[in-house]
Write a new protein. Structure first.
Length: 301
């Protein structure tokens, strides 16, 4: 019996030492890399997921050629978000322009172990009646119809991200940061090609519930602050599900920070996760609408 426990102890000690040596080797490897080499490697790793790294802010943002562009948008995506551990405020704005119904939607909240915000631009092939908009699958805009997007994301008054580009889906994600959607404030601006379209969007904002005084129009640019969802909160069961999912998200944020504690920047933390726990790396980067797009698309067929 004593021999058996002695063998088990030696085996555990061996694997502990092996793991300790492996961790030290990975840490040394990352520390020896230049910042430029690390950024280049991380961008290569992020590309299949549709994202890239922004070194100046230590955040992840979406690429224009992201694979998610093929799937468009349907309100069902947001309704099933909790299944994929995404808890966010969503604010869709519909408006008609150029014989099409456009949808510009804003999101802010917790995406697994990531705090982030998004602006997405979509349109339909024609005019969609208000009663049918929620059941319509909108397509992502073409390169020609992309708009100038920008937003500042704040968490309890502290700036998390400041991004801007001509895009169809502008995002910013801070990895390993936990937030409740109510903690976040997004100050968004959209630049349109002409005043007519800007006014149509501003009208859509007002119809969605925003006061005219809270909407700023300067030439072709419309700005406003997105602090909370104007949609009705769900019932008791929905709130319990949200609390449960957020509890899991908070737990995995702590696990991520503990495992990657040798480093401070997300750049180093994510690369460390890639070398040390590749499966956890892949899970971390599925921050938005990839799995659920494919599954929901199959259901719609």
């Amino acid at each position: 019996m004593y021999l058996f426990f002695g063998i088990i102890f030696l085996i555990l000690l061996f694997f502990f030492c092996l793991n300790f040596w492996r961790r030290k080797k990975i840490i040394k490897k990352i520390c020896c890399m230049s910042t430029r080499a690390k950024c280049h490697l991380l961008d290569e790793l992020l590309e299949p997921f549709g994202f890239r790294y922004v070194a100046s802010q230590d955040i992840i943002t979406s690429r224009i050629d992201a694979l998610q562009r093929k799937f468009g948008y349907c309100s069902l995506y947001d309704k099933t978000a909790l299944t994929f551990h995404m808890v966010f405020d969503a604010f869709p704005v519909y408006f008609d322009h150029d014989n099409r119904t456009w949808l510009i939607e804003f999101w802010k909240g917790q995406y697994g172990i990531n705090t982030g915000g998004e602006i997405g631009i979509y349109y339909a092939d024609g005019i969609i009646p208000p009663s049918k908009r929620e059941n319509t699958l909108f397509q992502c805009v073409s390169d020609r119809d992309m708009l100038g997007l920008s937003f500042n994301l704040f968490r309890r008054g502290m700036g998390i991200a400041d991004v801007g580009a001509r895009h169809w889906w502008l995002t910013a994600f801070s990895v390993g940061r936990f937030s409740n959607p109510a903690d976040l404030n997004m100050r968004a601006s959209i630049s349109f090609p002409h005043c007519e379209m800007a006014e149509a969007f501003a009208k859509g904002l007002a119809e969605a519930g925003y006061c005219q005084e809270d909407i700023c129009i300067c030439h072709h640019t419309v700005s406003f602050s997105f602090t909370k969802s104007l949609e009705r909160a769900g019932g008791c069961l929905h709130r319990l599900r949200v609390r449960f999912v957020q509890g899991i998200n908070r737990f995995w944020c702590k696990v991520y920070l503990f495992v990657t504690r040798p480093f401070c920047l997300s750049l180093d933390k994510i690369l460390y996760l890639y070398y040390y726990l590749p499966f956890a790396f892949r899970k971390t980067l599925c921050v938005r609408k990839f799995k659920n797009h494919r599954k929901i698309k199959k259901k719609s067929r």
